[in-house]
Design a protein around this ligand. Structure first.
Ligand code: SF4
Length: 782
């Protein structure tokens, strides 16, 4: 809309509409994205006319300044804020949701003052969400109204204290505790930049502050390593050390940085496993109710009398200055001392404020304990990985070190072979990095209280046990009622309470709020008040194992040496296909694409060949015909892709192509636990061995399966050629893992296809999809 408006203004100035409008997104090269003005003009006119109509009608209800995230940076904030305050608008109540406001307005409870005296318990049941949730915001409004009427700060504990929540999240204080704060800009380059790392700690009774600046990627890595090393060495010296921070930003940044720079991963994992990081925002929000409009660090500071010396206005200006320069480049400029000082002051005061907040929260906890309330502390946890995991980590770390030995840290200074070898080293931990995100999400969900789970589509809250509907042979199935809420919980999914698996959803009725959960042996007698759905990561030992074997081989013999795993190694080195008999990649005169592709694949020698084309260009058709030509010559073929659907489609097309060509002896098999038997494609349901045996015996000569079929060691060179369909959707790590199954690889892909989003953060290059690394050597079909 903004670009269309600019285009319209330009039309007024120059007399005609521009053809194109462009936006320059942040990124490495600031490459513009161009849009045809006429593609958006009709929609622009429509929105504009509606706005003009709205303005003419002057309908004040239609233009109420409902708070939105943009308000934080909007120039109209003062006016809108004044109106909301004048109206005593419900949005001033901390933590209230839009749906709750709508419900309250329907009940004519349309101001904070009215909400504060809404009779409890509620007579009416809300259309959405639970009574308890409305009662909670009512209590929040009461405290806020009390605070403003009595012109004083008001707070009260949320009781009973629940183990692992609120004040029970506070560990025993230690003189070695640290108070952490990071400053980052998400718009620098493609992955943002953490530009200031700071922490405070007690030094001879006084708080001291340490910091590191990072104005480029290399300094960011060094700053991150410095910070993690500082934390680890202090934690080792005093195992009761904890690192306090306010909000989810700091742990999120540490997880991102360890993945992106592939450094200090083990250390950060240890800190997370041992719950060394303590989020004071969660402690406050879950433990106390306070007369504040939002539970932010700056808003709660008056409770513990923290006064800032660096004015927030000045800090904001300095922050804008630094972030503009980081996003657009410094040129010859250096960070001015005045700006540096303000930013350091701001960061330092955030750290000191966190320390003040921790002490105050401890004091609140002590008062409760003195009154006889039980507020159990978090139990101490070991950060050590299991013996088996430690062994794997050590093995991978040693191999990474071997592979990276003598490779320059500057990517520009690396030869092609060194770049490929470096990439291989980074891929060794790819699956672990990906899985980590899923585990971290599990830990995050386990930490949420009922109210927070209401905001998550994976949560079912306020569960009420109804009856046991099936005693089962080993485990029963229990029925529960829940308050209907927007969620994605589905049949067949595992649900958890805290960090314990409750069972599996066997039926769910979202309209009437009924869920049946098949329990586990451990939870037979447990009726959880709330559950959340979470998928634990699939085991990827087979893929990681394959990468390790390739890495070992390359470290011993060289990344570019003849021998095992050559096709996969060629892919890392972005080499063109090796062809025998003087064959060329270029199509012959009036040659059809499938004939070109078949000619090339027959001449392919221990390397990788890519075929690219947009949807509908006939890549699968071409692939199927290539497979038939290979089978005709007695070759065994493997097919893989990200999904069984894609694999099955190519298998079916092979059968079709064989029929078209009158080719007998094409025997297709699909390795799929849940695959449907068809008369054209056999299915190996039992296990991988069944599919491998079929290849050995000749029962099948074209076998499809996911990376779990082609990565294990017994699948080494199980086929002559492996076809990877929709290669743009498969990670480079997975394609390299399956590459061991054949001496020759064929990648079928669409360069325009949207990439599958990654879960983890990875070093540059390791986050790639297989097709990105084909080096552009192959053929394109249209
Ligand atoms: S402050 Fe700006 S964004 Fe927020 S309601 Fe007002 S006009 Fe809209």
């Amino acid at each position: 809309m903004q670009l269309s408006l600019y285009s319209e203004l330009l039309e007024k100035a120059q007399g005609c509409w521009p053809d194109w409008m462009s936006v320059i997104p942040p990124g490495k090269d600031f490459e513009g994205e161009a849009y045809r003005v006429t593609d958006y003009a009709a929609y622009f006119r429509y929105v504009k006319s509606r706005l003009e109509l709205g303005m003419q009608n002057g309908d004040s209800n239609g233009t109420y300044p409902e708070p939105v995230p943009h308000c934080d940076v909007c120039r109209w904030f003062r006016e809108c804020d004044a109106q909301r305050r004048g109206d005593d608008h419900l949005s001033l109540v901390a933590g209230i949701r839009r749906q709750q406001r709508n419900q309250l307005e329907e009940w004519t409870t349309d101001t904070m003052a009215k909400l504060a005296v809404l009779p409890l318990p509620l007579k009416e049941k809300p259309d959405h969400g639970s009574r308890e949730a409305i009662e909670r915001v009512r209590e929040q409004a009461r405290v806020q109204v009390q605070g403003r009427t009595e012109k004083k700060l008001v707070h009260e504990p949320l009781l009973p204290a629940v183990e692992g929540m609120g004040l029970c999240r506070l560990p025993e204080p230690s003189p070695a505790d640290l108070f952490l704060d990071l400053e980052g800009d998400p718009f620098v380059g493609e992955s943002g930049l953490q530009y200031l790392f700071g922490f405070a700690f007690k030094n001879a009774g006084e708080l001291s502050y340490e910091k590191r600046w990072a104005l480029n990627r290399d300094e960011e890595r060094k700053g991150f390593e410095w910070l993690v090393d500082e934390i680890i060495s202090r934690w080792k010296a005093n195992p009761r050390t904890h690192v306090y921070h306010f909000g989810a930003y700091e742990p999120g940044a540490l997880k991102r940085l360890m993945g992106m720079h592939a450094t200090r991963e083990d250390e950060v994992d240890r800190l997370l496993r041992a719950s060394v990081l303590v989020d004071l925002h969660q402690v406050f929000k879950q433990g106390l109710r306070a007369s504040v409009e939002e539970y932010s660090l700056k808003k709660v500071e008056p409770f513990y009398g923290f006064e800032r010396r660096t004015p927030l206005d000045e800090s904001r200006v300095a922050m804008r200055y630094v972030e503009h320069r980081l996003e657009l480049g410094w040129g010859d400029e250096e960070l001015p001392d005045s700006v540096r000082k303000v930013m350091e002051g701001y960061n330092r005061e955030d750290c000191l404020s966190a320390s003040g907040l921790r002490d105050w929260l401890e004091e609140e906890r002590r008062k409760l304990v003195d009154r006889g309330t039980s507020v159990p502390r978090l139990p101490e946890k070991s950060g050590d990985p299991s013996e088996k995991l430690q062994e794997k980590l050590d093995r991978a770390a040693a191999l990474t070190e071997r592979l990276c030995d003598n490779i320059p840290t500057d990517p520009e200074a690396r030869s092609e072979a060194q770049s490929g070898q470096w990439l291989l080293a980074q891929l060794l931990s790819w699956h672990r990095r990906e899985d980590k995100r899923a585990w971290q999400e599990g830990y995050r969900l386990a930490d949420l209280d009922d109210e927070e789970l209401l905001d998550e589509r994976v949560g079912l809250t306020k569960l009420r046990f109804v009856k046991r509907i099936d005693a089962g042979k080993q485990v029963p199935t229990d029925r529960y009622l829940f308050d209907p809420q927007k969620n994605n919980v589905r049949t067949g999914k595992a649900v958890y309470f805290g960090d314990e698996k409750t069972g599996e959803v066997v039926a769910i009725d979202h309209i009437n709020g009924v869920v049946d959960i098949k329990k586990t042996k451990k939870t037979v007698a447990v009726h959880p008040p709330t559950v959340y759905m979470w998928d634990s990561p699939l085991r990827t030992d087979a893929q990681a194992g394959s990468l390790y074997r390739i890495g070992e081989w390359a470290a011993a013999k060289g990344i570019d040496a003849p021998g095992r795993y050559r096709a996969g190694r060629d892919m890392l080195l972005r080499k063109p296909p090796r062809l025998v008999g003087g064959e060329k990649l270029v199509p012959l005169a009036s040659e059809r694409p499938e004939n070109t592709a078949s000619r090339i694949v027959l001449a392919l020698e221990d390397s990788v060949f890519a075929i690219q084309g947009p949807p509908g260009s006939g890549k699968t058709y071409t692939g199927a015909r290539m497979i038939c030509e290979l089978v005709k010559r007695g070759k065994k073929i493997g097919i893989t892709a990200l999904s069984h659907k894609v694999i099955r489609k190519l298998l079916e097309d092979v059968v079709e192509a064989a029929r078209d060509k009158n080719l007998a002896g094409v025997r297709c098999m699909h390795r799929n636990d849940n695959g449907e038997e068809g008369d054209r494609v056999a299915v190996a349901k039992k296990d991988n061995k069944e599919a491998w045996a079929a290849l050995c015996s000749g029962k099948a000569n074209v076998v499809g399966g996911t990376s779990w079929l082609w990565s294990p060691e017994p699948a080494f060179e199980a086929v002559d050629v492996l076809f990877i369909d929709e290669a743009g959707q498969m990670s480079l790590a997975d394609v390299l893992a399956v590459s061991q199954a054949a001496k020759k690889l064929v990648l079928l892909g669409d360069p325009q296809q949207l990439e599958r989003p990654l879960k983890g953060s990875h070093p540059d290059g390791a986050e790639k999809w297989a097709e990105d690394n084909s080096g552009g050597h192959g053929i394109s079909i249209t």
